[in-house]
Design a protein around this ligand. Structure first.
Ligand code: PLP
Length: 397
């Protein structure tokens, strides 16, 4: 028998199960590298993105299962999974942009995307312009010969703004501009941007896709596989590759995505309607609420209003703070898209450096509360919100 040091390393395992009994769940291939029988076979596998698995930064069977699943859900040709949503966004931006190129992006963007674009413009010579999102003419007027990318979000956070996806993506296609849409807040259940003309769909799978607040991940889905082949070598260099175990958890989450989205939307609808009539609440922002400025577009491109809503309290900063500290069932935490309800008060947390004027410019009132509505019983959620509102209402003048 071999020495214990050798046996500790060379664990016996069957990678292939007997043909008559295959696993029901996706096998977790938690391996950094793959073994070959011949040097030629290894060299051949290294030639491109679709050869045999070589090294998990370049590709992995569990990760490939997620990539195929996401491409299928979004109606794309192929996908690349990443370690986080920002890994996917930074990977695509760095892979496609050169100094002198122009990016046109929606004004109300996820903070990390906004910061990544600002960095590209200040340090790498990329020109970045921002547009409102509902005026195709504004985009066409800014676009020029070096416009490479249009960056949009299906549902913006925390305002719930829905840009004119069909109009803007059609204009981008006409002008030869790559249209990229961050679909994290809608998920492919509520919107499939490729159907509206997107070339790339970006995801923070951390949010609704994985859905259980236990894993970070991201993905880029491509309408045309040629674009994935262009992006892939540079994302392998960047190294924000997905970890197989994180992907395995994400795949487990995706199985219940349509069921969860239905509950997120129904719960958010009930809370949005009741909040809108509460005396402590000045305004509610949820795209499927009739009073929302994006209502008409949201009914057109989304099959549900989504699980994220925000509302402005009459009591301003103090009331917003009191609300997020006054909830007992919902929890004060930064993320969104999980099964549990979360609240944040941007003016005293993520945006605390901004004064009233800068906050107003970002579309965030001092008493704005953001709520990621979970899948708990809606009456329990309303009771919790109502008792927290009573304490915040006590602070209004
Ligand atoms: C959270 C989020 C991201 C970033 O994703 P991470 O997984 O946190 O890196 C990007 N876009 C949107 C819309 C998000 O909500």
């Amino acid at each position: 028998m071999k020495d214990i040091r050798t046996r500790a390393v060379h664990v016996a395992h069957e990678l292939e199960a007997p043909a008559a009994s295959r696993p029901l769940s996706v096998p977790l291939v938690q391996s950094s590298a793959f073994a070959f029988d011949s040097a030629d076979a290894l060299a051949e596998a290294m030639a491109g993105p679709d050869g045999a698995y070589v090294y998990s930064r370049r590709g992995n069977p569990t990760v490939r299962a997620l990539e195929r699943t996401l491409a299928g859900l979004e109606g794309g040709a192929s996908a690349i999974a990443f370690a986080s949503g920002m890994g996917a966004i930074s990977g695509v931006l760095l892979a496609l942009l050169r100094p002198g190129d122009q990016v046109i992006a929606q004004r109300c963007l996820y903070g990390g995307t906004y910061a990544a674009l600002k960095d590209l413009s200040e340090r790498y010579g990329v020109r970045v312009d921002h547009i409102g999102g509902d005026d195709v003419g504004e985009f066409e007027a800014l676009a020029g010969p070096r416009t490479r990318l249009l960056v949009l979000e299906t549902i913006a956070n925390p305002t719930g703004q829905v840009p004119d996806l069909p109009g803007l993506l059609a204009a981008a296609r006409r002008l030869g501009v790559i249209g990229a849409v961050d679909n994290s807040l809608a998920s492919p259940v509520l919107c499939r941007p490729i159907e509206h003309g997107a070339d790339i769909v970006l995801h923070s799978t951390t949010k609704y896709l994985a859905g259980h607040s236990d894993v970070l991940g991201g993905a880029a889905v491509f309408a045309d596989d040629a674009l994935r082949r262009e992006v892939w070598p540079r994302t392998v260099e960047l190294g924000a590759s997905a970890d197989p175990f994180a992907v395995w958890l994400t795949l487990r989450g995706i199985a219940t995505l349509p069921l969860r989205m239905r509950e997120h939307c129904a719960n958010a609808a009930l809370l949005a309607e009741r909040l809108a009539t509460h005396p402590a609440v000045a305004a509610v922002h949820w795209p499927w609420l009739r009073t929302h400025p994006s209502y008409a577009l949201a009914r057109k491109v989304l099959s549900g209003g989504g699980g994220l809503l925000s509302f402005e309290l009459h009591g301003g900063r103090e009331a917003g703070r009191a609300f997020v500290e006054g909830v007992r069932l919902a929890r004060l935490a930064l993320s969104l898209g999980g099964v549990e309800t979360l609240v944040t008060h941007p003016a005293s947390t993520s945006h605390r450096e901004l004064d009233e004027r800068a906050l107003a410019h970002a579309g965030i009132g001092p008493g704005l509360v953001r709520m990621s509505v979970g899948i708990e019983d809606p009456e329990d959620l309303w009771q919790d919100a109502e008792q927290a509102l009573r304490s915040s209402f006590g602070l209004t003048k």
